[in-house]
Design a protein around this ligand. Structure first.
Ligand code: ATP
Ligand code: MG
Length: 522
């Protein structure tokens, strides 16, 4: 059955069952907490926030990379019934100001800086334009230690909390445009984390390595809530993603599970230090966010030993996971599909134009319904109405097909599909093929405007170090006879990196804009 708890009550339950089990480890600093200790830290932060006047329904922003305090604030706000607003660590003043204003953030907890970003300075720049913002607490600085001091003792304010209250605003990745604030309840995200953990087979013996950012649902829900609802431990390899440190953390902490988007696994597998790490503790993990090339999946299983690795499909608006592969699924299903529907949820594939369900095997728009669908976009009722229909189906904007056994295949976003001379081309299929080229490490395919065909294919490729330049002619030769003629990319562009969101998703919107310049099509 679904959990009926609030997140705070669920945490307390785990604390009561496993007080002395490890809950959280920060590898870079060596700090570690048992469940009882974690809960004490959470209560200190909750009382400190309450002392500042934070109450149920107030928005509390968190702007920091993966540090333990992120987790304390996550649970502290849940216990208060305050609404946590996750702020992307890659944001700059402009986006920060947008989120502070859009969500009406009252209290902001932030790292003073991260990498080359001076968060403290950016906050001061944005502050005069954000009338709702009362308190700024900088981790490690006086404002934060004062808060901890104020929260040392006392009691939490008595608020009537319900599992259906909004508890969290998570902005979508902004892959396709400006991010939207998905508003989620305890019920939404606690259950989603719990069922992800069920499918991964987590218990109090598991240790999950999380190089993906907490600010995104992948970290916050699929890792943190999956772990705490099953008594497992969260291991933070480093504040930001670093392949060598991730592998070192798995080895030193004997992690049983590792998370990442495919590009992170590619970086780890190709890291010069790869062979020096002992990954024998790994059993499972989750790959999500974008499609996983077959070769990568094979290596994750064979070289990393993640024999039970699963693929998740989801979106911020659905808390996030809707479908997941299961440990016993065949390799074909773990690369070709995103698994089957999660417990207590429904999925269907519809004709994007008419909304009518399409037959099994036919492509259409994937829709999800059930407990995980967000309450709505924060303060954007029209946008919400565009994606959630009257029957509470969430229209994902993703192209998918479902087979007779209920396995779902994602072929991309409706907006990324290329129509060349009347033929529908799914870039994913061409990308998978380009991956078989010995010199290509990563490939992304987009549609660019073309007078004759409406659109033409352009491949952006990253080459193996030492590989000689790849020309459109040599690629065409490689594709000919293996790929239908209309799917052969007309243009090839060699890059060192792809434009990415901070969660590691390729921003095809930006690629298409850049392509117009590169090809002189404007
Ligand atoms: P925005 O909505 O702001 O454009 P976004 O859609 O990338 O950004 P997220 O909610 O983080 O924001 O990502 C959800 C999307 O990621 C899905 O709609 C889907 O397109 C893609 N996705 C997620 N998991 C998978 C997967 N396993 N395989 C393929 N695509 C996936
Ligand atoms: Mg989206």
């Amino acid at each position: 059955p679904l959990l009926g708890d609030t997140i705070g009550a669920n945490l307390e339950r785990t604390v009561a069952s496993f007080p002395d089990r490890e809950a959280l480890v920060e590898c870079e600093t060596g700090r570690r907490w048992t469940y009882a200790q974690l809960n004490d830290e959470v209560d200190v932060v909750a009382r400190g926030l309450a002392a500042l006047g934070v109450r149920k329904g107030d928005r509390v922003g968190i702007w920091a990379p993966n540090v333990a305090e992120w987790v304390f604030v996550q649970y502290a706000t849940a216990k208060l019934g305050a609404i946590l607003v996750n702020i992307n660590p890659a944001y700059r003043t402009h986006e920060l100001e947008f989120v502070l204003k859009q969500a009406g953030i009252r209290t902001l907890v932030a790292a003073p800086s991260f990498k080359t970003s001076d968060y403290a300075a950016m906050i001061e720049q944005a502050r005069p334009n954000c009338p709702d913002l009362r308190d700024v607490l900088l981790l490690g600085r006086e404002s934060w230690t004062d808060l901890l001091e104020a929260g040392r003792d006392g009691v939490l304010p008595d608020a009537a909390l319900s599992a259906d209250d909004p508890i969290n605003i998570q902005y979508t990745s902004g892959t396709t445009g400006f991010p939207k604030g998905a508003t989620l309840s305890h019920h939404n995200i606690l259950n989603n984390g719990f069922f992800v953990g069920e499918i991964c087979g987590y218990d109090e013996e598991d240790r999950i390595c999380v190089p993906v950012p907490f600010y995104h649902c992948f970290g916050m829900v699929m890792c943190n809530l999956a772990a705490t609802s099953h008594g497992a431990c969260v291991v933070i390899p480093a504040p930001g993603f670093d392949p060598a440190k991730t592998l070192a953390a798995v080895s030193a902490e004997r992690c049983t599970s590792l998370y990442g988007v495919p590009t992170m696994f590619i970086a780890e597998l190709n890291d010069p230090s790869f062979a020096s790490h002992d990954l024998s503790s790994l059993r499972t993990g989750i790959m999500a966010g974008s499609p996983c090339p077959v070769e990568v999946m094979k290596q994750v299983i064979d070289r990393m030993g993640m024999t039970e690795v699963t693929i998740c499909y989801g979106m911020t608006e659905t808390s996030p996971v809707s479908t997941q592969t299961r440990a016993g699924d065949s390799l074909e299903r773990r690369v070709g599909t995103v698994g089957t529907v999660h417990p207590h949820l429904e999925v269907k594939v519809v004709d994007p134009e008419t909304g009518a369900p399409v037959p099994r095997g036919v492509h259409g728009e994937l829709c999800t319904r059930g407990y995980s669908v967000m309450l709505g976009y924060w303060d954007q009722p029209e946008q919400t109405a565009q994606v959630i229909d009257a029957a509470r189906w969430m229209h994902t904007g993703d192209l998918a097909a479902m087979d007779d056994d209920g396995y779902v295949t994602i072929t991309g976003r409706i907006k990324d599909m290329v129509i060349r001379g009347g033929e529908n081309i799914y870039p994913r299929e061409v990308e998978e093929f380009l991956f078989t080229h010995p010199d290509i490490v990563e490939a992304q395919v987009i549609g660019v405007p073309d007078e004759k065909y409406g659109e033409e294919l352009m491949a952006w490729v990253r080459l193996r170090p030492g590989a000689s330049a790849l020309t459109p002619e040599s690629l065409r030769e490689y594709c000919t006879g293996r790929l239908a003629h209309y799917k052969i990319p007309r243009y090839v562009h060699v890059v060192d990196d792809f434009p990415m969101t901070v969660t590691g998703k390729v921003r095809k919107v930006q690629m298409r804009a850049e392509a117009v310049d590169i090809l002189g099509l404007a």
